[in-house]
Design a protein around this ligand. Sequence first.
Ligand SMILES: *Cc1c(COP(=O)(O)O)cnc(C)c1O
Length: 497
Amino acid sequence: MQQIWYYSTNQKLNFAKKQVPVSLQTALFQGLADDEGLFMPSEIPTFPPDFLKNLSNKPYAEVAFQVLRLFTQAEIPDNQLLSICRSAYNFPIPMENLPPAPSEGGGGSLTPDPSPKEREEIPPPPSEGAGGRLEGAGGKLWLARLDQGPTASFKDFAARFMARAMQYFQKPDEKLTILVATSGDTGGAVGEAFKGLAGTQVFILYPIQEVSPIQKKQLDTIGDNVQAIAIDGKFDDCQNFVKQAFGDSDFAALRLSSANSINIGRVLPQVVYYVYMYLQVAENEEEIIFCVPSGNLGNSLGCEVARRMGLPIKKLIIGSNENKAFPVFLQSGDYQKISPSINCISNAMNVGNPSNLARYFELFGGMVDKNGIVHHQPDWATMQKHLAGYYVSDEATRQTMHRYWQQGILLEPHGAVGVKAYEDFIVQNPDYQDFKAIIVETAHPAKFTEMMQEILQVKPEMPQALANMLTRPEKVVYLPNDYGTIKNFILESSNSL
Ligand SMILES: *Cc1c(COP(=O)(O)O)cnc(C)c1O
């Protein structure tokens, strides 16, 4: 049985105090390596023969089990992993056909925004059922909606696995404190996933100015063992707080653990849906394209890991909003973090210096530290071969939402960034148009009701889970962006739990 160890992305820096690789269990609970690097698997397992063939037509939980066990088999027995996957994954991934992206000009990036007058005259398309499902439509381009979990974002996939894996490892008499910084969706997904778990408390830090009203409601009303902390600051500040707290011995008694996208327990389950989606559209193990709207780069990293495991991926397109540090790097080879991060309407992607960049650099033989300083340049030519990065302005995001809504396809801002990034890629690389492609929609439009109304004048229907949450009581405090104040609050309130 193959044991995979987890080492730190900072190992190249720290020859003197080299961090010993740890087990998955340790990496899960520790979150960040002792040297403040991110954990990486010592080896990326590859699919055994006929792996994909044997998985075609299998339900999601089965695909998850087969993919994840390649990483976990030495530490989680198969029957346990299977029941974790079955209880975590009880929701579908709807995939809608999209019309082909224009390969030059017309309707693509070069089309001017219709004037507001024209917009008003466009009759609103039907809100239900538009866009053919996987069967039948026959196109080559799909939008995969990863928004059917309990908190209506793709983060449910990772959070639900991670909470269950941690619960599996946790000893009954141990206390565990989850500290999570969120730009909107992580906190909700993680909070819901850990809610009610004995011996566990969760603190969710979020930037009050940067979350949508629905996201805020969702974070504030989880309740029970989950405390929301609204910070008068930016997402990067919340993230920095978490990083600093991990190095602070005053927190030792709480047994801190992070559930951010820096936790390796978040990355592994995000490999699975690429395999699953691939199986929905591929006929002959042909190469396909994925396009992923990205902020902290955890979601897209799952796709890159899937490729290394053996998933036939022609290209991974990474879309960002105006926080474009990674796309610019992929285009120019020069990494410059964006500081402070820029507030864009795709708010869950307002990340100026993505954490998972360190993992991307490591995978391609480079090294970048948490401050965005490049110590070793990665193999940029190979990166360019497999990855492409495009950034999308808010204006282009809005235009894309309009254009697709005219065809009956409802996109929220993050998904629209993904769609536009794919279009821009095709304009520059028209020969890739013949490849099947899957664009990932990362959240449900109803999470951004106000924005959908403002931009498209439509009110998306709420999934039941979101509707229920509107009536729950709140458990939130408002704190200044000050390390000491936040720290004291957490220490005090965790004593009283
Ligand atoms: C978190 C999030 C993203 C960004 O995902 P990363 O893994 O940080 O790149 C994109 N869209 C939505 C809706 C999100 O919640």
